[in-house]
Design a protein around this ligand. Structure first.
Ligand SMILES: O=C(O)CCC(=O)C(=O)O
Length: 287
């Protein structure tokens, strides 16, 4: 059995439920791309969970958002998504930045070698378990929404290699990475801007994806004076969607954090696991 076949066999008997597409591909049937399944759970899984509130019964609520209009970006390109009020907000998109035949082993190494942990956000004094796992590497500690990641300079070789490849190809330098593991379609990151003072003005954030495809969305904030009088769903004027699949690099720069918010939407149908790496420049904390 080739090492690739052996890996597939282990994957199918492991943590994730067997994925029909992967099973068909392993059996040599069908030409469709095999859906990525998780390898066996690493030892840290289940231990590194913040103490959050008792699990609550999930109540399905019909999404209430009013989507006014959205643009869909799929092709490689440089997209200026707005030019005011804080300057140009730019998104650069590079599908297949990582070659397709490299994505699977990179995903597996990231999955098994990063110290994934489920942390808690604090909003209005209430603690919520984040609907995803995270890991942090960087010269300095990084804090947001009540979460604090301590500085961690022990970059695993896979992350150091990806950072170097990014820097060579983009001309940007990064000193940290926030890694997100979305275990299934329910894992998500809600609307937010990466606008903490530690990121400075107009931060450049390079986001690299592995694993299953997820929809990345951006929405433009309405002018402040209008937002004050509008219900939450009407406080945004434009929407952008970018499907992010394995190997895709997306860079946000300019006024993306000042004038826009972004999210990975919760899905209501099945999705395989996905890992996203957001490379950033973090400045030391000031008192
Ligand atoms: O997973 C993604 O593509 C986005 C992650 C993100 O928004 C963040 O880490 O701030």
């Amino acid at each position: 059995m080739s090492s690739d076949r052996r890996r597939r066999a282990r994957v199918q008997g492991g943590w994730a439920a067997p994925v029909p597409a992967a099973a068909a591909a392993a059996a040599g049937k069908g030409k469709e791309k095999a859906k990525l399944a998780s390898p066996s759970p690493p030892a840290w899984l289940g231990k590194n969970v913040d103490h959050g509130p008792a699990p609550q019964k999930f109540l399905f609520k019909e999404p209430q958002e009013v989507i006014l209009k959205y643009k869909l970006y799929i092709k490689a390109g440089v997209y200026d998504i707005s030019s005011e009020p804080s300057g140009v907000a730019r998104v650069r998109l590079f599908p297949s930045f990582i070659e397709a035949n490299q994505c699977e082993w990179m995903y597996e190494q990231l999955f098994s070698e990063l110290p994934w942990r489920q942390r808690s956000d604090v909003k209005s004094g209430v603690s919520y378990l984040q609907p995803r796992l995270t890991a942090w590497f960087g010269d300095f500690p990084y804090s947001y929404s009540g979460v604090r990641h301590e500085g961690n300079k022990n970059w695993p070789p896979i992350l150091a290699m990806l950072k170097e490849k990014l820097e060579e190809n983009t001309g940007c330098k990064f000193n940290s990475v926030l890694a997100n593991l979305y275990r299934n379609g329910h894992d998500h990151v809600p609307w937010h801007s990466d606008d903490e003072s530690q990121l400075g003005n107009h931060p450049t954030i390079a986001s690299l994806s592995f694993g299953d495809l997820r929809l990345f969305e951006l929405r433009k904030k309405a002018p402040l004076e209008l937002r004050a009088n509008l219900p939450e769903d009407y406080q945004y004027t434009e929407y952008v969607r970018v499907p992010l699949d394995a190997g895709t690099l997306l860079i946000m720069e300019g006024a993306c954090q000042e004038d826009w918010q972004h999210r990975i939407k919760r899905e209501y149908h099945d999705r395989g696991p996905r890992i996203n790496l957001t490379f950033r420049v973090i400045h030391p904390e000031t008192e």
